[in-house]
Design a protein around this ligand. Structure first.
Ligand code: E4P
Length: 217
């Protein structure tokens, strides 16, 4: 499974990338606004750190404007993937972009039927938001399972990015289902690395090693 980091924070992207396990980055307008930086410059900087797909979202909601915005964003760097919301004008835009060879990440997906339409439009990626479904008492991961089955039935090439991840169990479930990608916030990513028994084990090794050194003296 590929792991993307879901943030626009440069420091977090650098630290995560240094682990050597990051395959790409997803941003969204909320994450970008949090950083208070120029959007284009920020996307360029992210692309200079991570050698993989970097999703940048259009703000327009109308087909013509979305298309203009998408084309401008795609000129920032070869690794930029255009994030398009799952609305009728969005699907139309994705269709044109896919014909032009521009990669797209269809976002704000909350049902398997929406994901089916995104794949038919030629989306490169589909982003089901599982945490936000969990938030309203729907099992978010169920739609990932359904999307996986539907894409397999018809041989769609669209890759599933499990998004709106809140904690390590979401990543575990995504991997068990066989989702192509999990996009993980920095805090959740660090929780994947950590295990209390690892820390206890290290401390015990250090203590025992130090005891041995004392005895040798
Ligand atoms: C994905 O591309 C989105 O940026 C993100 O996963 C949304 O997560 P949230 O529901 O925690 O805002």
């Amino acid at each position: 499974m590929k792991i993307f980091i879901d943030t626009a924070n440069i420091e977090h992207i650098r630290q995560a990338n240094n682990l050597g396990i990051i395959d790409g980055v997803t941003t969204n307008p909320t994450l970008v606004a949090r950083e208070g930086k120029d959007f284009t410059a920020l996307v360029k900087e992210i692309c200079s750190i991570v050698d993989g797909p970097v999703s940048a979202e259009v703000m327009a909601l109308d087909y013509e404007e979305m298309l203009d915005e998408a084309r401008a964003l795609s000129r920032i760097d070869k690794n930029v993937v255009i994030k398009i919301p799952l609305i009728p004008d969005g699907l139309r835009t994705v269709k044109v972009l896919s014909r032009e060879g521009v990669r797209t990440n269809v976002t704000l997906c909350f049902s398997a039927n929406q994901a089916l339409l995104a794949a038919k439009s030629g989306a490169t990626y589909i982003s089901p938001f599982i945490g936000r479904l969990d938030d309203i008492s729907h099992i978010g991961m169920d739609i990932v399972r359904d999307i996986k089955a539907i894409y397999k039935n018809y041989g769609f090439k669209t890759e599933i990015i499990v998004a709106s991840i809140r904690h390590p169990l979401h990543v575990l479930e995504a991997a068990k289902i066989g989702a192509d990608i999990a996009t993980v916030p920095y805090e959740a990513l660090m929780k994947l690395v950590k295990h209390p028994l690892t820390d206890i084990g290290i401390q015990r090794f250090i203590d025992d090693w130090n005891k041995m050194k004392v005895e040798v003296k």
